[in-house]
Ligand binder design. Structure first.
Ligand code: URA
Length: 209
């Protein structure tokens, strides 16, 4: 699929299988999600630009490379996206964070915004939107619409699982936004859950069911 990168690293696939297991505890689910998110982050940031800097080692001077430009922004979609944030911040500790509060209206399945707080200069930064599940794509589209309204030009989307329907809808609305996922599953069920998926990601992170 164009614009979609499946992170098929053996560690990611191994952890994903345990994540899917309905017997996995809340505590294990949380730490596995954090670990998978760090590994996804490694791939999403693979092509970030670098610049040369001089560095003095204990043995002598040399040239090194550091990330160029403004710090990037992680934008978790509340609440399940928060489960991915710490793993991403472990790899990029100086990143900024934009919180996007959206819920799915159970009747219309459309995204409704209830919170948005982002760095004031977000328009000048690369923004990585994070949500473990790309299901219908409605919340992802609403989050990206909101970021674009704020002038953001460079956006990527990282999730653990995607449904083919969600990928098609998101890529259709926002073809400039590339997607990273650990897997693309079979389909959505009649309640818009990903099959086989892992259930409700928010409930599994926070132990609310
Ligand atoms: N959100 C979830 O948490 N799980 C799904 O399967 C779909 C959307």
């Amino acid at each position: 699929m164009q614009g979609v990168t499946i992170v098929d690293h053996p560690l990611v696939q191994h952890k994903l299988t345990i994540l899917r297991d309905k017997e996995t505890s809340t505590r294990s689910f949380r730490s596995l999600l954090r670990e998978i998110s760090a590994l996804l982050c490694y791939e999403v940031t693979r092509d970030l630009p670098l610049e040369d800097v001089a560095v003095e080692t204990p043995v002598g001077p040399t040239q090194g490379k550091v990330l160029a430009g403004k710090k990037l922004v992680f934008a978790p979609i509340l609440r399940a996206g928060m489960g991915m944030l710490d793993g991403m911040l472990e790899l990029v500790p100086s990143a900024r964070v934009a919180h996007i509060g959206l819920y799915r209206d159970p009747k219309t399945l459309k995204a409704v915004e209830y919170y948005f707080k982002a760095p004031t200069d977000i328009a000048e930064r690369l923004v990585i939107v994070i949500d473990p599940m790309l299901a219908t794509g409605h919340t992802a589209i609403a989050a990206i619409d909101r970021l674009k309204e704020n002038g953001v030009k460079h956006i990527r989307f990282a999730c653990v699982l995607a449904a083919p329907e969600g990928v098609d809808v998101l890529r259709g609305y926002h073809p400039d936004v590339e997607i990273w996922a650990a897997a693309i599953d079979e389909r959505l069920d009649e309640h818009s859950y990903i099959v086989p998926g892992l259930g409700d990601a928010g409930d599994r992170i926070y132990g609310t069911k």
